[in-house]
Ligand binder design. Structure first.
Ligand SMILES: Nc1nc2c(ncn2[C@@H]2O[C@H](COP(=O)(O)OP(=O)(O)OP(=O)(O)O)[C@@H](O)[C@H]2O)c(=O)[nH]1
Length: 212
């Protein structure tokens, strides 16, 4: 039979170590975050020691790290190894990229789809990297408009494209579960750079791609 780990360390999302307390064999992930969650549970009138909640501080700490992992990622790092010379002049559109983010006002999720287009200027980017750049900025505390602008600006900066267009459509749970409680309203935001900003027909072509 294998011995209980005295102190084993496992990297999770490359950021924190999980350890096991030798005495209690309790998994500890990030003591400060877990203690904050325990206090929150007590404040709302719960018993953090009841069976269903005992591992909740650990789970919440891990979930928060994942949901905010964009702070430790860089669009430049993601894009720099995935840009290829290619004689393409026509618009490229990656649409319906699903994303999950959290509003900075209530720390509640907002989620939806991003549509990203660019006009290549002698080089193209690996398509998956477009979706990864959306996640770099979505996995932070955000407002939808800033998220949309950040995706557009990062792509514009690193692709040397003639233009970049981003449209995001999202449902905000802070407007659904609480507050004004509107279940069906969605928010559309856009950021147009370069040719998409300057040229109405380029913008119209992009809009026609994402509508169909
Ligand atoms: N522009 C923008 N507003 C957002 C976003 N996410 C949440 N909000 C809004 O931020 C505002 C915060 O307003 P406050 O009056 O400070 O907060 P509140 O009292 O909780 O507001 P209610 O939600 O109306 O109850 C609300 O109107 C939210 O709907 C976003 O991504 N973009």
């Amino acid at each position: 039979m294998s011995e209980k780990p005295k102190l084993s360390q496992v990297l999770t999302h490359g950021r924190y170590a999980t350890s096991f307390d030798a005495e209690s064999a309790e998994e500890v992930y990030d003591p400060r975050k877990e203690s904050l969650v325990r206090s929150m549970l007590t404040e709302i009138g719960e018993d953090p020691e009841r069976e269903g909640l005992r591992r909740t501080p650990l789970r919440v700490a891990k979930a928060m790290d994942f949901l905010t992992s964009g702070y430790s990622l860089s669009a430049e790092e993601i894009l720099k190894g995935a840009i290829f010379k290619e004689d393409v002049k026509e618009m490229v559109v990656v649409r319906d990229i699903e994303f999950y983010s959290m509003c900075e006002h209530h720390m509640l999720p907002f989620f939806g789809h991003a549509h990203v287009g660019y006009l290549p200027n002698g080089q193209v980017v690996g398509l998956s990297k477009v979706a990864r750049v959306v996640d770099v900025f979505a996995r932070r505390l955000q407002v939808q408009e800033r998220l949309t602008n950040q995706v557009a600006d990062a792509l514009m900066e690193h692709l040397s494209a003639h233009g970049v267009a981003v449209v995001m459509e999202a449902s905000h749970t802070c407007m659904m579960m609480r507050g004004v409680q509107k279940q069906r309203s969605t928010t559309v935001s856009s950021a147009m750079r370069g040719a998409f900003d300057a040229n109405p027909s380029t913008r119209a072509e992009f809009m026609s791609f994402i509508r169909n």
